[in-house]
Design a protein around this ligand. Structure first.
Ligand code: S3P
Length: 432
């Protein structure tokens, strides 16, 4: 499936983008291990979250839905999972395979996880290394999936100094720590999304955080809860940029998760001159939420502060489109992690920007983008959902039609993207 996006247009109205992907995964994982039935609304019905749902069904957990965002998970308790009959297929989802590694390493049964072509290329040593220190036995294909996890290994609590700022690694180690003997702690080189910590507390599990050290004591229990999952700021980001770059736009995004470990995109766009108003700030189920009103504004290139990189890690593809529409140069550094996402996002974006006539210079850990006039053209997505959506919104400022190839993966994080975007004014259509 391709997107054809005609140039020009502006965005208006009020929309709610789908639920937070990180929180949706964790809802299933913690809900499955809790005592009692967890009910959540706002659940993301995207392929990635559905892979996590299927994995727990394969391990004997009864899950009703998701239907119109509502999901009910009948928890089986910390020791109630059953051996899956087959290989667990995590599709495109790095969060599923990495977080589940921590949980599966602590079970009494053996298990194997694999995924699609993209996932099979992604590094897993970052989770198997700390898990091995805890006593887990995991075989991989030279650090890539499939992962064969041996059961019946008693895990020991460790202290782990994380070499990369990764919420997936942090979460994996903490989840294994729930089963480990003693205390398990991690130190983050920079703050990363803290949904695991917040949600563990929401499920009644004590998590200690002090000076970048986060720890749990093994052997506790989780209690079922109810959750209202906010709209995913990473999905909202496409519209924040779209409305900023398309002159005359005035768009409101409702009920967006505003966790400070996720809102770097707003800080970066504001530094570039974007007009984003944060309205009705409130707290929902332990997470800050707000409505965001965004009006078009002239953007200026900036040097992106490196400390914002982990706080906007998934939003760089669309921020590169903002940079292409800004006056002057935007420089990103300290972002080598982008090279090991669903695609090498520095290389994928650089290729498409060059196709559209935007000057850019790739560096090992970032990119320098010179704002300019964008032409139409045919761009490759490398089967990466965020690359596809980023080049779709670029058409608002292009001089010709943009054809975005291979857009099937958009459904991993943002089912219904094209229809929702078209409803706000993007001239997008799906083709065969
Ligand atoms: C996620 C963490 C991030 C992010 C991913 C979701 C999570 O990955 O890119 O989309 O839910 O924990 P890293 O932890 O590898 O940076």
């Amino acid at each position: 499936m391709k997107f054809l996006v005609e140039p020009g247009g502006l965005l208006s109205g009020s929309i709610r983008v789908p639920g937070d992907k990180s929180m949706s995964h964790r809802t299933v994982m913690l809900g499955a291990l809790a005592e009692g039935t967890t009910v959540a609304t706002g659940f993301l019905e995207g392929q990635d979250a559905l892979c996590t749902v299927q994995a727990f069904r394969d391990m004997g957990v009864t899950i009703r839905g998701p239907e119109r965002g509502k999901i009910e998970i009948e928890g089986v308790g910390m020791h109630g999972l059953k051996a899956p009959a087959n290989v667990l297929d995590m599709g495109n989802s790095g969060t599923s395979i990495r977080l589940l590694s921590g949980l599966l390493a602590a079970q009494t049964f053996d298990s194997t996880m694999t995924g699609d072509v993209s996932l099979q290329k992604r590094p897993m040593g970052r989770v198997t290394t700390p898990l091995a220190k805890m006593g887990a036995v995991i075989e991989s294909d030279e650090g890539r999936p499939p992962l064969h996890i041996r059961g019946n290994k008693a895990l020991q609590g460790i202290h782990y100094e994380m070499p990369v700022a990764s919420a997936q690694v942090k979460s994996c180690v903490l989840l294994a720590g729930l089963y480990a003997e003693g205390r398990t702690s991690v130190t983050e080189p920079a703050p990363t999304r803290d949904h695991t910590e917040r949600m563990l507390r929401g499920f009644g599990y004590d998590v200690h955080c002090e000076n970048a050290v986060i720890s749990v004591q093994g052997g506790g229990a989780l209690k079922a809860t109810s959750l209202d999952i906010p709209a995913d700021i990473s999905s909202a980001a496409f519209f924040l940029v779209a409305a900023s770059i398309a002159e005359g736009s005035d768009l409101t995004l409702e009920h967006v998760g505003m966790n400070p470990t996720r809102s770097g995109v707003i800080t970066i766009l504001t530094l570039m001159g974007a007009d984003i108003e944060v309205l009705n700030e409130r707290e929902v189920g332990g997470e800050p939420v707000a409505d965001l009103r965004v009006r078009s504004a002239p953007l200026t290139g900036i040097d992106i502060p490196e400390d914002l990189v982990p706080l906007a890690i998934d939003e760089f593809p669309v921020l590169f489109i903002a940079a292409a529409c800004a006056s002057g140069k935007t420089t990103l550094s300290g972002a080598e992690e982008l090279r090991v996402k669903e695609s090498d996002r520095i290389a994928s974006m650089a290729e498409g920007l060059t196709t559209l006539g935007i000057e850019n210079e790739v560096t090992p850990d970032g990119i320098v983008i010179s704002g300019g006039v964008m032409s139409g053209g045919e761009v490759n997505t490398f089967h990466d959902h965020r690359i596809a959506m980023s080049f779709s919104v670029a058409a608002l400022r292009a001089t010709g039609t943009i054809q975005v190839n291979d857009c099937d993966h958009v459904a991993t994080s943002f089912p219904g993207f094209a229809a929702l975007a078209a409803g706000t004014g993007l001239r997008i259509s799906e083709v065969g």
